[in-house]
Design a protein around this ligand. Sequence first.
Ligand code: NAD
Ligand code: IPM
Ligand code: MN
Length: 343
Amino acid sequence: MAADLIACLPGDGIGPEVLEQAVRVLGQLPIDAKVVQLPFGGAAIDEHGDPLPAQTLAACREARAVLLGAVGGPRWDGSAVRPEAGLLGLRKELDVYANLRPATRGAIDLLIVRELVGGLYFGARGVREDGTVFDTLEYHPTEIERVVRRGFELAASRRGSLVSVDKANVLDTSRLWRRIVETVAPEFPQVELRHALVDSFAMELVSSPERIDVAVSENMFGDILSDVAAAVTGGLGVAASASLGDRGPGIFEPVHGSAPDIAGTGRANPTAMLRSVALMLEHSFGRSDLAAQVTAAVESALVTHPTPDLGGTATTATFGDAVLSSLAGQPAGKEDAWTPALN
Ligand code: NAD
Ligand code: IPM
Ligand code: MN
């Protein structure tokens, strides 16, 4: 049988820097998978005039999984087509409607399940004659039902508690969301369900995150809440995600972006990317054993080789070295001093 394909999309800014560490780690794992790198995001706009070139999309469809760095940057701010459009297009094309964003640290072990291919990001938009610009938030009941069911399933497989996050005191889409959650709930009697309004839930994420097990929400709320969850568990440098549909490849990517402020300095923390590799091993390869090994190696590197975002001095590459040594069962060597590049 042909080896499985892992489609690697480095993208922009720190995307290629953190993905490089993921590829190194994959090279050390006993999985029969071929890694292919494909143009994506701003880099693909520069090269092909398209953030999601047809060859990239075709390879992603063929792949067992997609590993993605990050896209975007000030360089493309004025461009007619933005790098982010490639990311949204890829998610939509692969119909990865459930975006799992775990956040763990100490007593905190929560999972945000974010609807990923609907809502405000994909609704009708435009400009009216008087200069008004609009985006619209729409959800079809089936789009809500499938992600909500995924939220219940995940809660059932964890601590059995689900909070559905909405703005039902204001928005019709949220009232529909809440109704659908209530209709799915009887299928999961073992799950304790509650509803929360997004503003107070944002406060809860900061003030008592250890009480949260699984939270499910629409696309835009989930985007914002997952950065908050990252902030209370070590920051964007450590927050990973898995985007899953019903069939076909999943997309595994950090929650963070291209971090233009640190790109090219060796300061990017590859933890979020490497934890995304662990999610890929678990969800796309059914190898929770290897996922656990990668996770443990990353945990060990976080202690011995913290990166600057965590108060340390390890570089992206020396962190990667530490993960590789730990995976190989060798003690990690002392980190090198970081010498900034001259250009
Ligand atoms: P960002 O996530 O890129 O950066 C926010 C802050 O977190 C910055 O100070 C950055 O240095 C820091 N940070 C992020 N990742 C880090 C890491 N691995 N290690 C250490 N520090 C890290 O968000 P932004 O600055 O608001 O956005 C920059 C660009 O990224 C924008 O073009 C945005 O659209 C894009 N973006 C892309 C994705 C994606 O590809 N999935 C996600 C978010 C933002
Ligand atoms: C994320 C990012 C993206 C999103 C952007 C870059 C389109 O912020 O993955 O969280 O909003 O989904
Ligand atoms: Mn985001």
